[in-house]
Ligand binder design. Sequence first.
Ligand code: PLP
Length: 273
Amino acid sequence: MKIWLDGGLQDTESARVSVFDHGLTVGDGVFETVKAVDGRPFALTRHLDRLTRSARGLGLPDPDHDEVRRACAAVLDANPAPLGRLRITYTGGHGPLGSDRGEHGPTLVVALGETTRRPDSTAVITVPWTRNERGALSGLKTTSYAENVVALARAREQGASEALFGNTVGQLCEGTGSNVFVVLDGEIHTPPLASGCLAGITRALAAEWTGAKETDLPLDVLERADEVFLTSTLRDVQAVHRVDGRELPGAPGPVTAKAMRIFDERAGHDLDP
Ligand code: PLP
């Protein structure tokens, strides 16, 4: 397996990053997960734009999009796979112990992992912890993901594949690695970015292609929504058949099934929408 590091391809087994890299010591980094189908990345331009937005949010230098594109192409060429997940990690680089940044430049790593096609529906839980929609990292895709790791572990313990967060004012926000949509009286709604959710790329495409509305939603909307679905790079559009103890029989329901069809069709036609 080959990864991209320090400007070129390296063997995964021998590639080395400083043990004082700030991505490791203080979670000072940003990342993207990009789906690759038959060796071609999906929506790479949107991912690069978000990588830059996240980097700016942390005060990191802008990533060089040409280099990241070259890195993705080289990693995909070196590791052929019908379906893969490219992981672009961009950190503050080697620095002093503590939170001050050093003089060293950023670290860029591009790696390819495996993924499988999503099941059509899944179970989710809600967690009692909140996303801070006014926090410094709100809406940034940073490597400080430990909160998501903890919430996802709780979901797994309960036989679910995703955990959903509310925000500090009790509104529905997002999952550990996905955005959430609900169907109410035939209309599709998703929380606005002001809820503190990530500007998911699948969220934006699904909302545009289905006409979903951005709406402030109380967390307990999940107790009465007719249908619920998730969006993410690796799930695409995925129906939810259980939220906590509430079953949603027949998921995907008609509105979600249509959204899934529309998404698959549009995404299949345009690799960089
Ligand atoms: N929200 C969070 C916290 C995420 O980490 C992700 C993706 O990993 C998403 C939402 C979905 O975003 P995208 O559709 O760009 O994958």
